[in-house]
Design a protein around this ligand. Structure first.
Ligand code: PGA
Length: 245
């Protein structure tokens, strides 16, 4: 069963539009039993998405559970609301200044609460041009999981080359597959993490025309979809295709 995560980012701009979008997702998901769909709306709309019977994940969180941290939302609060996981390390948050150290603290806090981290990794354009993509991704994973001894129930990694996000320029599926294998091996063999369920997704300009190229690769467990998740018809097509794998 493939996983599709809709990352709405900072969209839509009203509760009414959010409702319309969730209603469409709910309708499209009906009858698609061979598909694990998660929706990642802004915090404000998490409950609303749940009201439509959708599985929800958050787009961010803090690393402490409670206290004097103005403006932050904790893993414990998310868990209490019935949120299943949290997207962390997204390149858009890294660009806003999130360091590996901060991301590592968040990932650990999320794991501690039994939520699923959806950790995004990926190289920038200039890094790929220099052939550094493997090194970059390994270093991102290492900084977060080195010496992590505890058992991990479920971990989702999204390989998202930064140059492919929101650009319409998607990664070659063979190349994405190569990176998935590398990630898997690095986590399980080199870092020796104990993970009961590891899923690796691709993200970056996924749409209804290219999704089957990615899902057709055996190592690719699903997709993190940004822009296309805001277009009702387009996303409906994506879900139907994903359900057929
Ligand atoms: P995109 O975004 O599908 O618009 O490229 C993907 C993401 O940021 O997760």
């Amino acid at each position: 069963m493939k996983i599709i995560i809709a990352n709405l980012k900072m969209n839509p701009c009203s509760e009414k539009e959010a409702e319309e979008l969730f209603r469409a997702y709910q309708k499209d998901k009906e009858g698609l039993a061979n598909l694990d769909l998660f929706v990642a709306p802004p915090f404000l709309y998490l409950q609303k998405a749940k009201d439509f019977g959708l599985q929800v994940v958050a787009q961010n969180c803090f690393y402490e559970n409670q206290g004097a941290y103005t403006g932050e939302i904790s893993p414990l609060m998310l868990k209490d609301l019935g949120v299943k996981g949290v997207i962390l390390g997204h390149s858009e948050r890294r660009a806003l200044g999130e360091t590996e150290e901060l991301i590592a603290r968040k990932v650990r806090a999320v794991l501690k609460e039994g939520l699923i981290p959806i950790l995004c990794v990926g190289e920038k354009k200039e890094e790929r041009e220099k052939g550094l993509e493997e090194e970059v991704v390994k270093s991102q994973l290492k900084k977060i999981f080195e010496n992590y001894q505890e058992e991990i129930r479920k971990l989702i990694i999204a390989y998202e080359p930064v140059w492919a996000i929101g650009t319409g320029q998607f990664c070659d599926p063979q190349e994405a597959k190569r990176m998935q294998s590398l990630i898997k091996e690095f986590l399980l063999v080199e870092l020796q993490l104990k993970i009961s369920e590891l899923k690796i997704l691709y993200g970056g300009s996924v749409d209804s025309l290219n999704i089957s190229l990615f899902l057709g690769e055996e190592n690719i467990d699903g997709a993190l979809v940004g822009g296309a998740s805001l277009k009702k018809e387009e996303f409906g097509k994506i879900l139907k295709i994903a359900n057929s794998f």
